[in-house]
Design a protein around this ligand. Structure first.
Ligand code: ADP
Ligand code: F6P
Length: 319
């Protein structure tokens, strides 16, 4: 292992920079050269590679976003385009590629590995939607951002005795809604993994009102969507004023939390250790607070298990 390349792909996530720093510094520490790739797979097929040294990652550990930039590159789903990427890596004398991103990006890394590229995936996405790992880099920071917003929205909702529908990110995975809903004491959490009954929601809101609640926080995952329509429905049926807030991309920015920085540093270091052991087609993750590596095919084949228990606990505690 003499030379590696690193890229970030898909939606950015706070902590990606800390992961880049860890990969670069751990590689250099072990005498491995590092090439950065700008703009994910799109940059890779355009040959946007550059040499990185220890200063390339100075002063980034605490920064949100990704210094490597990121992109979505639909073309990468074509085998001939991936073959072009493999040829470019070979032409640069790169022995292995580290990919930081979500399930799509790691699927790209898996398919590249089928073309003979030694690849390791690091889970970087606010969605926490990769089943093989307990947490992804950026999830904790996004939760803290949502939590701050929920607290602000609760203040104004209480003053006006309103219902607040808050839509958070997560298309197929409701983890942001579930964890932020629990932490924010949401009266209802609506997410893609769980059927929801509009009439029961109205009953919950009205029961809360009758029990003296001054506000109602309804946490809604993007995968279910329709925050404005839901607020309008609640207002029309319950007779209580309701407002919708879609938090949007604010959830993807900001300085990473200490938890995310530590997680990113541990995972970045592990990615280099895995490559130095001669392994390929792997992902790194965290299970029961141990940093693990696993076969990329097996990891991606795992199906997420919805945390029913946490959902029920959140519901009971918000009575
Ligand atoms: P994330 O990595 O955050 O899940 P996406 O799902 O948008 O984000 O994937 C990011 C990029 O990964 C895509 O734009 C594409 O370049 C690559 N990718 C996603 N799915 C595949 C696939 N099935 N085959 C090859 N590349 C893929
Ligand atoms: O995968 C991260 C994520 O932020 C999702 O939660 C969200 O659905 C999507 O990316 C938004 O993508 P874009 O940045 O293309 O709007």
């Amino acid at each position: 292992m003499r030379k590696i390349a690193i890229l970030t792909s898909g939606g950015d996530a706070p902590g990606m920079n800390a992961a880049i720093r860890a990969v670069v510094r751990m590689a250099l520490h072990n005498g491995i050269e590092v090439m950065g790739v700008r703009r994910g797979y799109a940059g890779l097929i355009n040959g946007e590679l550059f040499r990185m040294d220890r200063h390339s990652v100075s002063d980034i550990i605490q920064r949100g976003g990704t210094i490597l930039r990121t992109a979505r590159c639909d073309e990468f789903k074509k085998e001939e385009v991936r073959q072009k990427a493999a040829n470019i890596l070979q032409a640069y004398g790169v022995d292995a590629l580290v990919v930081i991103g979500g399930d799509g990006s790691i699927t790209g890394a898996k398919l590249l590995s089928k073309l003979g590229v030694a690849a390791v995936g690091i889970p970087g996405t606010i969605d926490n939607d990769l089943a093989y790992t307990d947490y992804t880099i950026g999830f904790d920071t996004a939760l803290n951002t949502v939590h701050d917003a929920v607290n602000k929205l609760r203040d104004t909702s209480t003053s006006h005795e309103r219902v607040s529908v808050i839509e958070v990110m997560g298309r197929r995975c409701g983890d942001i809604a579930l964890y932020a809903g629990l932490a924010g004491g949401a009266e209802a959490i609506i997410l893609p993994e769980k059927e929801f009954d509009k009439e029961e929601l109205i009953r919950t809101i009205l029961d809360g009102k009758n029990n003296g609640k001054m506000h109602n926080i309804i946490m809604l995952a993007e995968g279910v969507g329709g925050a404005n329509e839901l607020a309008e429905y609640i207002q029309n049926i319950s007779g209580l004023e309701a407002r919708a807030t879609i938090l949007g991309h604010i959830q993807r920015g900001g300085s990473p939390t200490v938890n995310d920085i530590v997680l990113a540093s541990r995972m970045g270091a592990k990615a280099i250790e895995v490559l130095m052991e001669g392994k390929s087609a792997r992902v790194v993750g965290i299970k029961d607070n141990v940093i693990i590596d696993e076969d990329i095919d097996e990891a991606l084949a795992k199906k997420s298990v919805f945390d029913e228990k946490l959902y029920e606990v959140a519901k009971i505690l918000s009575m």
